[in-house]
Design a protein around this ligand. Structure first.
Ligand code: TNX
Length: 514
């Protein structure tokens, strides 16, 4: 009797432990913990089929996450003979879905299976979350460790799982953007939306319009030096993202949010003299000169350049908060710009303000990015429009909102947003009456009015980005805050090991020492 009393709580504790505390975020479709362990050691090989260059490239990334330079990395072999204790990346046409995968960890072997490169990459990201956090620290990387046997089957809920980075209010260089892509890809996001232009800065080279960057790029919020991407820089970001199955969506915000462009070319705001460069954080005051044909020559060049350098299907034209443009001019302008986007072979995207456009004027395949879902009129307008919908509700998905009243940086206009609020919402019911086939997915925007450094950036992004990533990846009926919170606890250890600043939300029992 006494024995039973002692054993029972232990049994309960161990069953409670097995499933939820595997630190997998986003939660996979199915996770089956099995008995046994795979012993990872310096001799572990990563094996791909000969001739599968994409799998070999992914295996190379996996090895990079595991080992130091040269000899110390686990070796990648393209061979049909699989040695014992290998990690094997296999194409499996029976796994249906562009991003679906199976990960099978057993005592003798780890198998990653998918029909696509994206699936293999996500299997590798899931496996990475089963490594001890200390592998993140270069100096400690190379070691032996055990991985518990488990079978994971997984596929995403939505096709669009994005993050937006505003590089206009504060500029972030190519190296920082690459780190953001790495972070997003860890949590299986597949879109990076770059907000490239705003009142405070123009951040992308456009051939024929050199002052956009040399003058318009030289400012930012608070008066710092600003900066911009050359087209080579942009191509590099796009390439780096694509290797991680992330599609870049560039945003050129018109017809409002254009002060920096007008400082460079005053005719863009119907002026002879340039307006004062703007380094504050107000919105809604600037406007393009929609009656001047030169404005259309300019936007034509901008759209063509971005279309040529963007392999993804979408160009984002902003369209938000155009308070200084009257409604008729707004509709006419956005309609004409939508046509220019279509002429360049791309689909137009805009903030939910574009749902104002009459149905006939919205180009087919256009996407409205909803940021004011809390306003009934916005929801109605979006439901009635023909646009597809991307959800970025500012009450849950805005990474720039403060966590609470005491948060040192961030804004508060949409309220404060805890990690629980970032997690606890249902994209399928947010907009009543929206047909499921018009809902593409979700995106988490980081506006950077108050974000001056990379540490500021990760402080606002972590831990809310993983919460939003799970809202985009995992089926609603599988999601609970209490289970997510338990899995999130050990991610603080990954971030600490990787040297990333994060917000130690008091809602989570962070496990840092591991
Ligand atoms: C509203 S969201 C804006 C941005 C600001 C942001 C700050 C949207 C389409 N427009 O211009 O940066 O709020 O949270």
């Amino acid at each position: 009797m006494l024995r039973l009393l002692l054993v029972l709580p232990l049994m309960l504790a161990s069953t409670a432990f097995a499933q939820p505390t595997l630190p997998l975020i986003p939660l996979p479709t199915s996770v089956e913990v099995r008995s046994g362990t795979f012993a990872f050691s310096p001799a572990t090989r990563i094996v791909v089929a000969p001739g599968d260059a994409e799998a070999e490239r992914i295996a190379g990334m996996l090895t990079g996450w595991l080992g130091g330079e040269g000899e110390k990395r686990p070796r990648v072999s393209a061979t049909t003979i699989v040695p014992d204790s290998s990690i094997v990346l296999t194409r499996d046409a029976s796994i249906v879905g562009d991003e679906a995968y199976v990960l099978d960890v057993s005592q003798g072997r780890i198998e990653l299976r998918a029909s696509t490169g994206a699936g293999l990459f996500y299997a590798a990201q899931t496996l990475r979350q089963l490594f001890p956090p200390s592998v993140e620290r270069a100096a400690l990387r190379y070691r032996t460790f055990d991985i518990g046997a488990v079978r994971v089957e997984d596929a995403p809920r939505f096709v669009w799982r994005g993050m937006m980075l505003d590089v206009a209010r504060h500029f972030f260089g190519v190296g920082d953007v690459k780190q953001v892509i790495d972070l997003a890809a860890r949590y299986k996001l597949n879109v990076l939306h770059l907000h490239l232009t705003d009142d405070q800065g123009w951040r992308i080279e456009i051939p024929g319009w050199p002052l956009l960057t040399s003058v318009g790029g030289a400012t930012q919020v608070g008066g710092g030096p600003g900066g911009f991407y050359t087209l080579d820089d942009y191509d590099e970001i796009v390439r780096y993202a694509a290797e991680r199955y992330v599609t870049v969506v560039p945003e050129i915000d018109v017809p409002g949010h254009v002060n920096a462009a007008a400082v460079a070319y005053p005719f863009l705001s119907c002026a002879d003299e340039p307006p004062t460069p703007y380094t504050g954080i107000q919105v809604g005051f600037s406007a393009l000169c929609t009656e001047d044909e030169r404005t259309y020559d300019w936007i034509g060049d901008v759209v063509r350049t971005m279309a040529q350098h963007t392999p993804g299907p979408y160009l984002h034209l902003g369209g938000d908060e155009a308070h200084a443009t009257d409604e008729a001019a707004y509709v006419a302008f956005m309609t004409r710009v939508g046509q220019i986007v279509a002429d360049n072979g791309k689909r137009m995207m805009g903030w939910d303000d574009i749902a104002k456009l009459p149905h006939a004027d919205l180009p087919s395949g256009a996407v409205a990015q909803v940021w004011r879902a809390q306003i009934a009129a916005t929801r109605e307008r979006v439901v009635q429009s023909t646009a597809n919908v991307l959800l970025s509700p500012s009450t849950n998905a805005y990474l720039d909102m403060k966590y609470d009243d005491d948060t040192s940086i961030g804004l508060k206009w949409a309220g404060t947003t805890t990690v629980e609020q970032a997690y606890e919402w249902n994209p399928e019911t947010l907009i009543e009456g929206l047909p499921a086939d018009r809902l593409l997915g979700i995106e988490a925007p980081l506006w950077t009015e108050t974000v001056a450094t990379f540490d500021d950036l990760t402080f606002l992004v972590l831990p809310r980005l993983p919460a939003l990533a799970e809202a985009g990846w995992t089926a609603q009926h599988q999601r609970t805050w209490s289970n997510f919170r338990a899995r999130l606890a050990s991610h603080g250890a990954f971030w600490t090991s990787a040297g990333l600043t994060f917000y130690r939300s008091p809602l989570v029992d962070w496990q840092i020492a591991r």
